[in-house]
Design a protein around this ligand. Structure first.
Ligand code: HEM
Length: 723
């Protein structure tokens, strides 16, 4: 016999006495479920219990367990043959942990991979009830929604503030089934027919040889495509405008783009275009700001949305419709309603509000909700139907197809975020990741075994019935209507509707993007396209590229401008705006305390920026520092206040402060100062007599003026303009 436990005889080994188990205690009662480990069964989309236990998924409870619920005593060491020995294959916990980790990633979306989302509620005004029988549009009907905002081109880990179109996809969990409005922040699309979608995306994505550039349109293949397919001119112009670089998801319009068909209770139809109008107005970054934000805070939009919701500044959008008679031509005042590269100016068909959406809750788990949500333009409810728009028709096929791969099989509608809130009674069975436990034997209809035959569409007035629209007899063709050949009249309308400062931004954007192309032929073709929009636009971009400006090879068609397209001019609520308060050595802390309070009371966010973190002014009422000179950058702030003198009059200001003030000034932000802070502004090169620079005696008076300026979003007069 040895003292070494490893050399002791194993119970049960030949020659040893079999160990006996303890006497059973009588009677044997089943243990009650633990409050944090048991609970009611959840119900599948088909109304079947799934056996899933929400508490178990919530990562709660006093013990760490395996996926099967067995308690663990150690998760930091593999099971080894001795402390320095090899790892044993029998270590189930090791294998379970690593295997699961190995499979944590799923394919990212083939487009719109980068996104952020929020939960909310939609309340119908009832104003659309005369043109649509959709229940969720009824007066004061409240419908839960989930909205995902996204960029189009970048990968899942790319930066938020790139120049790109933004996705604006809304899932309405209506009592009649899920309705998905899968739109963008730009009301037109690059192409007129879905068959070109793979091509435009291949052109926009990074080059296949080196996989660069990431999340950019400023490269040869993108410009090659959009100048060869001139139907893309309108969408590209919107991208080059301030719409391509939104200030916040909360400050974007959304558009359904296609013309949809609404159906009333009697079956009468109206054509509509859907619009989301943000209550905070539509605002953008300036290009340099957007570029800086890509580096200093790649999560800029994601953070902005989450922070606003967490702080109770719930963003709101009004849903509206432009309505058009459902005529056989599908035209309105000469505009082809089936061409997704055309808008109908709001001045010709006003946007009529039909409901209000409020986003009031952040997702609890990014993967489970934001990543696994699956939108589909085909998810419609009674009262809403499609039209013959060839882009829309292709989308009807594409989304479910891609999601079968992305989400690993056909049962993704059962994922919690995708589940309808309406009762489900379908005949879909089995497949990968089936979580429903279907009962019965007859998943077909009619049947005489499983409780009879549910209504068929057509027999039930609340069923989704396709509008029996006439389809004109014609020959099969790969072609489009002649009206689809007009690629330039609406880009010119957009250009003519822009304010001078917006035109300057467009000129700068084209000059930048075409300037990043290497191929001379691509740049020259880009200028030819611009010549068809406007002579000055073309000439200014050509000058920037160092190339001659070509003559237009077709007529320039003028139309009345649409003031609704411009973002400049109106005053908007300042809710959620971020005010940076710069505090130096000799700051006026009473003033800082006062403005912090008023900024908060106005629904804005004050962020105090000091040389170091912690609190300042410990005597009396201390002021908490939220940003330091090392962590602050101008792009985070909508306005900057300088709270008093910089300290030592002879010393040069900290260069980080100079950069912050210089950027805030050049990006057209309101700047205010009091108690001698003007000296710091002057040292940083900010002219005190420039528009939007406010110097005053009292902190709160300065803030009042700055708040007024914030209502206009930027100090537009500060941008040079020659157009
Ligand atoms: C008006 C034109 C279009 C708009 C407004 C649009 C909008 C969107 C949006 C917002 C998303 C992201 C949805 C999300 O957040 O999960 C998306 C994804 C996608 N779109 Fe489009 N899209 C358009 C055209 C097309 C076309 C023509 C196709 C294909 C023929 C297409 C294929 C896809 C695919 C495959 C995805 C990824 C879906 C997923 O993985 O769940 N889209 N689109």
């Amino acid at each position: 016999m040895t003292d070494n436990p490893a050399e002791q005889p194993i119970p049960g080994a030949p020659g040893s006495v079999p160990p006996s188990v303890a006497e059973p205690t009588e009677p044997h009662e089943p243990l009650p479920p633990k409050p944090d480990q048991g609970g009611p069964e959840t119900v599948s989309p088909t109304g079947q219990p799934t056996g899933a236990d929400p508490a178990r998924n919530a990562q709660s409870g006093a013990y760490l367990t395996t996926a099967q619920g067995a308690r663990l005593y150690d998760t930091d060491h593999s099971l080894k043959a001795g402390p320095r020995g090899p790892v044993l294959l029998q270590d189930h916990h090791l294998r379970e942990k690593i295997t699961h980790f190995d499979h944590e990633r799923i394919p990212e979306r083939v487009v719109h991979a980068r996104g952020a989302a929020a939960h909310g509620v939609f309340r119908g005004y009832g104003s659309a009830s005369n043109i649509s029988k959709a229940a969720f549009l009824g007066r004061d009907v409240e419908t839960p929604v989930f909205v995902r905002f996204s960029t189009v081109l970048g990968s899942r880990g790319s930066a938020d503030t790139v120049r790109d179109t933004r996705g604006f996809a809304t899932k309405f969990y209506t009592e009649e089934g899920v309705f998905d409005l899968v739109g963008n922040n730009i009301p037109v699309f690059f192409i007129q027919d879905a068959i070109k979608f793979p091509d435009v995306i291949h052109a926009g994505k990074p080059h296949p040889d080196r996989e660069i550039p990431q999340a950019q349109s400023a490269h040869d293949t993108f410009w090659d495509f959009v100048t060869l397919h001139t139907e893309a001119t309108h969408h590209t112009l919107w991208n080059m405008s301030d719409r391509g670089i939104p200030r916040s998801y909360r400050m974007m319009e959304g558009f359904g783009i296609h013309t949809f068909r609404l159906v009333d209770a009697e079956g009468a139809t109206t054509l509509v275009k859907f619009h989301w109008k943000p209550k905070l107005g539509t605002h953008s970054q300036v290009w340099e700001e957007a570029q800086i934000a890509c580096g200093v805070d790649p999560d800029f939009h994601r953070r902005d949305l989450a922070d606003a919701i967490e702080s109770g500044a719930f963003p709101q959008w009004e849903l509206g419709v432009q309505t058009f008679p459902d005529n056989p031509e599908q035209m309105f005042q000469g505009i082809d309603l089936l061409d997704p590269t055309k808008i109908v100016p709001e001045e010709l068909a006003p946007v009529q509000p039909v409901g209000l959406m409020t986003l009031d809750a952040n997702p609890s788990n990014y993967f489970a909700e934001t990543e696994q949500v699956a939108f589909h333009v085909g998810n419609m409810v009674p009262g809403i139907d499609v039209t013959n728009d060839a882009l829309l028709q292709g989308r009807l096929f594409s989304y479910i197809d891609t999601q079968i791969t992305r989400l690993g099989g056909p049962n993704f509608p059962q994922l919690p975020i995708n589940r309808t809130h309406a009762p489900v009674n379908d005949m879909l069975r089995d497949g990968m990741h089936q979580t429903a436990v279907h009962r019965g034997v007859a998943p077909y209809r009619p049947n005489s075994l499983d409780g009879g035959c549910p209504f068929l569409a057509g027999e039930d007035t609340r069923a989704f019935v396709e509008v029996p629209a006439e389809v004109a007899a014609s020959r099969k063709v790969r072609d489009a209507a002649a009206s689809f050949d007009d690629h330039f009249s609406q880009p010119r309308l957009f250009w003519l509707s822009m304010s001078p400062v917006e035109r300057e931004h467009i000129i700068a954007a084209y000059t930048f993007e075409l300037g990043k192309c290497y191929e001379q032929a691509v740049k020259e073709r880009g200028l030819k396209v611009l010549a068809r929009i406007d002579g000055e636009l073309c000439a200014r971009v050509a000058a920037g590229l160092g190339l001659p400006a070509p003559e237009p090879d077709g007529p320039l068609v003028d139309s009345d401008p649409s003031p609704a397209l411009s973002q400049v001019g109106a005053l908007w609520p300042v809710d959620g705006r971020v005010v940076g308060i710069l505090v130096g050595k000799d700051a006026d802390l009473d003033g800082v305390r006062a403005v912090c309070g008023t900024v908060r009371d106005t629904g804005m966010v004050p962020l105090v920026i000091a040389p170091a973190g912690g609190v300042i002014g410990a005597d009396g009422d201390p002021v908490t520092v939220q940003r330091t000179y090392a962590t602050a950058r101008s792009v985070e702030f909508d306005a900057v206040l300088v709270a008093g003198a910089p300290g030592d009059a002879s010393a040069a200001p900290d260069p980080r402060v100079t950069v912050l003030l210089d950027e805030a000034y050049r990006h057209g932000k309101a700047i205010g100062t009091w108690a001698g802070g003007g000296r710091l502004l002057s040292m940083a090169g900010v002219p005190l007599d420039a528009p939007g620079v406010v110097e005053g005696e009292a902190a709160t008076e300065v803030l009042e003026e700055v708040t007024e300026l914030l209502g206009g979003h930027r100090v537009w007069d500060r941008f040079p303009s020659t157009v």
